[in-house]
Design a protein around this ligand. Structure first.
Ligand code: SF4
Length: 371
């Protein structure tokens, strides 16, 4: 997918991105809550890889949707996904008419050789009416702070900020209003961070897991030269090959065998972290078994911790996945925020189980019994 096709005039006098250290300053105080949801009820933030997915998420009860442009400025830069300007404008209109927000993911790191696509993406987001940007790169944050300070900033999970000190740094220096926590923290660590920062806290509620090095994974780069934090893609489709062989269907990434499937065995998109390899004579998932995070059981504790938003992963998933998962989480959040007697409904778990990676769930790092 190439860079944006718009013919934006480049102003040679315009300030360039810089990672120079700015003097610390504190932004004017801002309202504590920015989502459309009431104070105690966390906002439900759902993925939109397409306009259809956006519409289905909003119709199913999302408080906000997040989307990306058709280029490397977002970490899901796959062919067939994402939005052009006309689709963003239509999506913003659709969401706003129904009381939902649109967050634009600009969450890759600007290319030091040419940061133009990232600057243009910021300007496009502002012009198209996005409610907030999800950002990871301090250069992008500085550009927004200095040129479009009315744009709300959310710190992406790609920034890997796991402590309240890190989040406060981004809040004080760049004015971020919300931070999306990496999926490496226990529940008590989430509570601790939420208590000590002035930023809103967003956590992942459901979806596929990376192997706990959010924003820092170079596995895909190791084999293909492209990773989410640079080219915005893990396992670029151009490097993926499926081959029928006598011993089963092989999935290869740039020639490297990632997995081999027996007839009828469910197949996943080949990523190195979820490949099956032979280690000491045993063929198994050497790094991570395909499974989905599911924190339905922790919702009351997350709400008590002051979490302001729950994120659903899956911009690369179908509109049907988005609608089904959004409906379940809408019902669960409404139930958990509205009653002391919350319990996970079997029908919710069954529905999420249909869409979970590997058809199995985990509480991930929230629950570490060995600690
Ligand atoms: S290789 Fe796995 S852990 Fe790394 S970015 Fe891709 S999906 Fe995430």
């Amino acid at each position: 997918m190439g860079p944006c096709q718009l013919n934006w005039d480049k102003d040679p006098a315009a300030p360039r991105f810089s990672i120079a250290v700015f003097p610390a300053f504190r932004l004017p105080s801002m309202p504590a809550t920015s989502s459309a949801a009431p104070a105690r009820k966390p906002a439900l933030v759902c993925p939109a890889g397409s306009l259809r997915a956006l519409q289905m998420a909003v119709d199913a009860g999302a408080d906000a949707v997040y989307l990306g442009l058709k280029d490397a400025t977002n970490a899901r830069n796959f062919a067939g996904l994402n939005f052009d300007d006309e689709q963003v404008a239509e999506g913003v209109r659709y969401a706003h008419r129904r009381g939902a927000e649109v967050l634009m993911a600009l969450n890759t790191f600007a290319d030091a050789r040419d940061d133009t696509p990232w600057r243009r993406a910021v300007e496009r987001a502002a012009a198209l009416g996005a409610d907030a940007l999800i950002v990871a790169d301090t250069a992008v944050m500085a550009y927004v702070r200095d040129h479009l300070p009315q744009l709300r900033l959310h710190l992406s999970v790609q920034a890997s900020a796991t402590t309240y000190e890190a989040i406060e740094f981004y809040r004080e220096r760049y004015g971020i209003r919300r931070a999306v926590l990496p999926r490496v923290l226990t529940l008590s660590q989430v509570q601790h961070v939420a208590r000590h920062t002035g930023a809103e806290i967003e956590v992942f509620g459901f979806g596929s897991l990376c192997v706990m090095v959010e924003g820092r994974c170079a596995l895909s780069s190791y084999v293909t030269g492209q990773s989410p934090n640079t080219a915005g893609v893990c396992s670029p489709p151009s490097a993926v090959r499926w081959n029928e062989t006598a011993s089963g269907v092989e999935a290869r990434l740039n020639g490297v065998l990632i997995d081999r499937y027996a007839p009828g065995e469910p197949r996943g998109y080949p990523t190195l972290c979820k490949g099956r390899f032979v280690v000491e004579g045993v063929r198994d998932y050497a790094i991570e078994e395909p499974t989905s995070l599911n924190t339905l059981a922790l919702l009351p504790q997350l709400i008590d911790a002051g979490v302001k938003a729950i994120k659903i992963e899956g911009r690369q998933r179908s509109p049907s996945y988005v609608a089904a998962v959004t409906r379940v989480w809408r019902a669960a959040i409404d139930a958990a925020a509205g009653s002391e007697r919350y319990s996970v409904q079997p029908a919710w778990s069954a529905e999420l189980g249909r869409w979970a990676e590997g058809q199995q769930h985990t509480l991930g790092a929230y629950d570490r019994p060995w600690r």
